[in-house]
Structure formats: C-alpha cells, structure tokens
Design a protein around this ligand. Structure first.
Ligand code: SF4
Length: 296
C-alpha cells in the first residue's frame, strides 16, 4: 500500500511487515506496529501522569529524525518488536489493568493505520496522541472521536532549523495546521476532579540552546492563536545533547538555567495562562526510559 500517511508523503509501497515485499519510506518502518516498550510512565505533565502513571506505548521509528533525539535508540536505531494489531490492543488493556490513567501513544504518526484499527472499539480511558507535531491534517481527521488528548511538540519556528536538525520541510506551517486540527477535534481542555485531563491539547515546546528567538516566536504564535482556557502550553527544560548532537557544536550542550529563565519570563509576560514550566533537574538522562521490550 502506497504510504502518504505523514507530511513526507513518500508514496512508497510500504511492506506489511519487515519480512514482506515493499520499500521502506523515511520512517524506516513497515505497516505493522513496532513497539520498544510499554509501561506506566510518571514523567509526563501532571495532568497526564496523575498519581498512577500514564500507560505509555513507545513506538519504534519516527517520521522525524531529530539529531538530538532523547529516544534516539528507538527513533533512529530502530530497536523494537514487530507486533500485530490484536497484540497492540491487548497491551492497552494490560496497561489499563495496571491502573493507567490513559493510553499514551508515543511517536504514533507512522503507525496511524494500525492504531486506527486498534481503536476501532473505544477504550475505558482517554487516548493520548503524543507526537512530534509533524502530522498530515488528512490523516489526523481520521482520528476524530478516537483520540481525546493531543500532545504535540511545536519544535521550530525557523524552517531552516527544522531541515537541519529534523529533516522536516515546512515544519512550522505543517505543525501549526496540525495543531489547529487537533484543537478542532477535541475543543477546550478539561480537567477532572483529580486534575487529570479528560480531553484537550497540550502543546509542548522544548527550548534549545542558542535558539531563544525561535522560542519567543513560538510563544507569540500560541498566544495569538489561542485564548486562555483553550489549550495548555508546556515549556520544557529537558534538552540533553543526545543522539548525533555531537556533530552540531552549536546544540551540543545542555540549555543553561539563564536561557530557560529568559524564555520562562517571556512566557509569563505573554497572554498564555494555562500550562507548565519545568525545573532544570528535568534535563537528566535518568528520565529517559530503557527501551528493552518491557511490556511488549
Ligand atoms: S509514514 Fe513513513 S513511509 Fe509513510 S509518508 Fe511518512 S515517512 Fe513516508
């Protein structure tokens, strides 16, 4: 089946499984889901992790190839196990039985077809679509009613940086269109009595070293596009030079506290009222889970 699922629009005849005939596209993955870990995760935003944890399913591969990816082992080294849609659905049920507040699909984009099949019947908890943000609107529309919470990144304003560090063309236009579609589907965010999100959009932005003007333009876009009470904004301090960041000296370091503070102050002075900021301790590799096939 020719694949046009994401904005890369590779058009390749993507194989059903690794062993099947066909051609891999930019994501390097077959149509069958490949998963590297599934388990309760406590390091998302509090409205997602809650007290018992978010039921995360880490998919292998990615339609972006960020040179600094903290999940580099699974996004670019392709560690993971190929499973069936039936097994994927079982994993959701196992996580719910363990007490997961929600099912959190991490880097789901390139497995959209399999995930749509796995969500043919609704689950008893909200489903979180945890994405790089580089999404095709026509694919997203097919998730309407199946996804309750969207958790997109908004990484870059500068398209040259998106090409250089993530091999993504027209990232800002593509991702902001995707975020508007996500909001159209789920509407204003809502929290329940426990402070857990029942539906809504949380836009994440990771501040990168030396790219403070980019961060300010992204905050400006969010402030211009959404009113208080509509979406949440999560300003992330956890940049760690991982993966191939060593080949890019300008981003081969952690963000300084002063850099983060400058952007945090800018955010607090904006009209954005809803969301999260992070402490500097978040920039630590200990928060990166081990992708060892647990729960798969
Ligand atoms: S999902 Fe993979 S094969 Fe399909 S368009 Fe995107 S990168 Fe290409």
């Amino acid at each position: 089946m020719e694949c046009y699922v994401c904005p890369h629009r590779c058009g390749v005849d993507r194989p059903a499984t690794f062993a099947g005939p066909g051609t891999l596209g930019s994501c390097h993955m077959p149509m069958a889901p490949v998963v590297s870990r599934a388990g309760l995760h406590h390091w998302e935003e509090p409205c997602i992790s809650g007290s018992r944890g978010s039921g995360t399913v880490f998919f292998t591969g990615c339609n972006l190839h960020c040179v600094f990816c903290q999940n580099y082992d699974i996004s670019s080294l392709d560690q993971g196990r190929e499973i069936t849609v039936t097994r994927l659905r079982q994993i959701y049920q196992e996580l719910i039985a363990q007490g997961a507040h929600n099912i959190n699909l991490v880097t789901p984009t390139h497995f959209a077809e399999a995930i749509l099949q796995s969500l043919a019947e609704p689950l008893s908890v909200p489903v979180v679509y945890n994405t790089s943000g580089f999404e095709a609107v026509d694919t997203l529309t097919r998730f309407k009613g199946k996804i309750q919470i969207y958790l997109p990144d908004l990484k870059y304003y500068d398209d040259r940086a998106a090409i250089k560090y993530s091999n993504a063309y027209e990232y800002f236009r593509t991702t902001t269109n995707a975020i508007k579609e996500m909001y159209r589907q789920v509407g204003d965010y809502e929290l329940n009595d426990e402070g857990l999100m029942t539906h809504g959009v949380v836009i994440r932005h990771l501040v990168m070293p030396g790219m403070l003007e980019d961060s300010k333009k992204i905050i400006d876009w969010v402030a211009r596009t959404f009113k208080p009470g509509q979406v949440m904004f999560s300003l992330m301090h956890q940049y760690v030079p991982y993966g191939k960041a060593c080949d890019y000296p300008e981003i081969n370091r952690k963000l300084t506290d002063e850099e983060y503070k400058e952007i945090e102050d800018y955010l607090l002075a904006s009209s954005i009222e809803d969301g999260f900021v992070q402490e500097g301790e978040a920039a630590d590799c200990k928060f990166i889970p081990t992708f060892d096939g647990t729960g798969v």
